[in-house]
Design a protein around this ligand. Sequence first.
Ligand code: SAH
Length: 452
Amino acid sequence: MFKKNDLTELEITALTSDGDGVGRAGELVFFVPNTAVGDTVNTRVLKVKKNVAYGRVEEIVAPSRDRIDPDCPVSNSCGGCVYRHISYEAELRAKRQKVIDAVTRIGKLSADLVKDIIPSENIEGYRNKAMIPVGLNRSGEVVMGFYARHSHNIMHCINCRLSPDIFNDIAADFYDFISCRPELVYSSTNRRGIRHLYLRYAESSGDVMVCIVAGEKNFKGDKELYNSVIEKYPTVKSIIVNINPDETNVILGKKTYTVYGSDHITDNLCGLNFDISPQAFYQVNRRQAERLYGIAADYAALSGNEFLMDLYCGTGTIGLSMADKCRELIGVEIIPEAVENAKKNAARNGVSNARFICGDAAFAADKLRAEGVRPDVIVVDPPRKGLTPELIDTIAQMSPERIVYVSCDPATLARDLALFADKNYSVKEITPVDMFPRTAHVEAVVMMSRKD
Ligand code: SAH
């Protein structure tokens, strides 16, 4: 039996859905981060439970063929990238396998339904959104960067490989400004000051939004800071303050006000222009989002005459990108600002067959069902927790011919597909899409059709 601090040699034979390596020592299953399938590693035992144990690499005895040199100094501690030490091909294999594991084990579906994964064109600098925590370390120094894996400790790093250069430049200047002004930085004891630097980028126009998230209600910010950003970065078209006084993991508070320029930026996606407010969801990898929506459109197989429902529609992007191929579109979204964006987005793109409803998807869909609404095709794109059984029931009662499920969590997707199978819907095809290179996350699009 192992105990803490023991050393053991392990062969890594698989990866978990979070990207940790899996190895076996007798009956005990070890989880070891920063390893690759095919590695033999000397592992320091960190924690032993009944059937599982957790370890850390002490030494790589024989490296896997998948290994590459991690090209980021903080990749071992950062909670963002978990695949920086393996080749992109190996990462894509792991991600496709993650989808297969979920749909076969949880969804009880055949692995043959899962098509090849769609790789991302960019694996660096692809993110158009960064939320960079700002805080004070134990010595009272200003730190900003990212949260360490499984923790809320801020590791200092102002140069992220996943961010575009403009974000890293703005973050570096912001740090120069704030590092000698710790009084402007939030801490859980003073509960005032800046908590996050939140950046958004519209790739098609180059426009940037800078949002400062602060703890106190009457935060005024700093004119010197705003002016220096505006002068140096002409593509910054919007500076916004968001107020979040709560001790919570949720980054944005409810209140925002604009201190410079516009209250949104505008990006072009699938040939349409979309206004994006700070609170609204927008796909972080724009080029890959176009591919994702392309697959969703193939699966929706619209001929021009269908009634399309887009649940969890955000700023309306998926539905609006298909609006010219359907008779009528209804979108449902819970964030009021995103619904406002969606309505304006429809108007500015000349889409006149769409309407958007603000509300909980399950509640709104049930109300529409009761009013007799019967879409031909329903697209759902929920957050990680997936759909509720009630919503699955409502969707089945509306009896659309096809359902397109866009998911960012294979486990909840697989759970929901099993429920749809009980409601007369069968899965025709599943395509994994890599929206988030170097992280453990993978997106999947599913086509289901009604069994008649
Ligand atoms: N389809 C959009 C957004 C997908 S993200 C796109 O591709 O851009 C999921 C969206 O669901 C977010 O906009 C989120 O605000 C919204 N959402 C979360 N919970 C919801 C609920 N209960 N009802 C409706 N929308 C919800």
